[in-house]
Design a protein around this ligand. Sequence first.
Ligand code: GLN
Length: 488
Amino acid sequence: MPSELFRLTVHEAARLLARREVSSTELTRAVLDRIEAVQGRLNAFVTVTAELALEQAREADERLTRGEGVTPLTGIPAAIKDVICTRGVRTTCGSRMLENFVPPYDATVIERLKAAGLVMVGKTNMDEFAMGSSGENSYFGPTRNPWDEERVPGGSSSGSAAAVAADACLYALGSDTGGSIRQPAALCGIVGLKPTYGRVSRYGLVAFASSLDQIGPMTKDVTDAALVLQAIAGHDPRDSTSAPVEVPDYAASLVPDLKGLRLGVPREYMGEGVEEGVRRAVEEAIDRLQELGAEVDREVSLPSTPYALACYYIIAPSEASANLARYDGVKYGYSYTEGASMWENMERTRQFGFGAEVKRRIMLGTYALSAGYYDAYYLKAQKVRTLIRREFEAAFQRCDALVTPVSPTPAFRLGEKVADPLQMYLSDVFTIPVNIAGLPSISVPCGFSQGLPVGLQVIGRPFDEPTILRVAYAYEQATDWHLRRAPL
Ligand code: GLN
């Protein structure tokens, strides 16, 4: 039995728990101690739910002892991004607006994890309403990167990524609208998977951009990503965009060779703007994939890639402006009540309740949707969205999966990009097109640049999570990047 239980992966811990060599209570205590040791430095959590975790661990131990209803996640300590509703536990979205919001219900993913034997150690820090790429847009202060505390962990699932990388939980849930699972996973040296749009229920996920949002696992290795996805995937009648598509056995796709697979490297993803160390790490990873039996196609092109960012920054803010209209200080959340009129109260509620980036998005979206500009912006962006989708479809006629960098650079310094939103937005150039097309994609560690982790992105056909898991797993098994731990 390892002396530092918090360092275990989900599958390692599950084996020890099933054999009763370790109890969930012991494991949970070890993780809670670890959180206490690193939270002051990283600020990965908004809320730590120690009491709840120990109670859930006790229940899990009973289940494990009886040997009934045991799943690979039973009794495993997890951290949940604070954008996912948890009954009785405040869910802030990293915003002053929801600082004291306690949801009266669980998100579907939480219901499912509870049925599987969830032990929730806390809710993780994030960019406000999931808008950001650095974790710096949180009302609760920035999260720091465990590899270098002067650097950002990426965002918006900043706390989830930092917590997994720092062994402050065994796995976490994140959400990804334009890269928010994959980019922080890459910057923190962990695995992050954004499922196909519709694969995982969004019921109880606080909406940012409803046509792009998706919940997914953030884990220490690919096997764990498959296990967590298995538990949360599937149709949900409470989310009309969730797909009635059968859920395959994801663990069955974890095979260590790639014979017969054709992988495309889209030309537009390896060009200008990719930092040298990132390029080198990704090129070496592609060579490795070839050695593992994959055929590599370098003639793939996705010509509309340069327009993806502009398209996203019309569509996502437009949807956000509609989704965030509900925060009016009347129904729930922060409420300013000192004004002379109802209108003043509503204005002040939104003035004080939202941070700068959220306001910027609401204004962008409201402008793009306004009567005189709708055709020029929103409608045009929807057309570009169709083009992007079609180009991916064409690429998947020739290839089974696409491989690219996740982020053009490794983790940047805290404060480096806050004054320049465009620079911040560029951090997601390679992840955003994937959300626009609704595809599944995984980020897996593939080396280091300037001593900081680099991620490889593997993009798949709709609902073909098995293939991206297979590619990521084979690569991971042939390398040891996922075994490197942050020097905390
Ligand atoms: N960084 C992107 C944004 O700010 C993506 C965020 C996300 O995926 N939630 O919109």
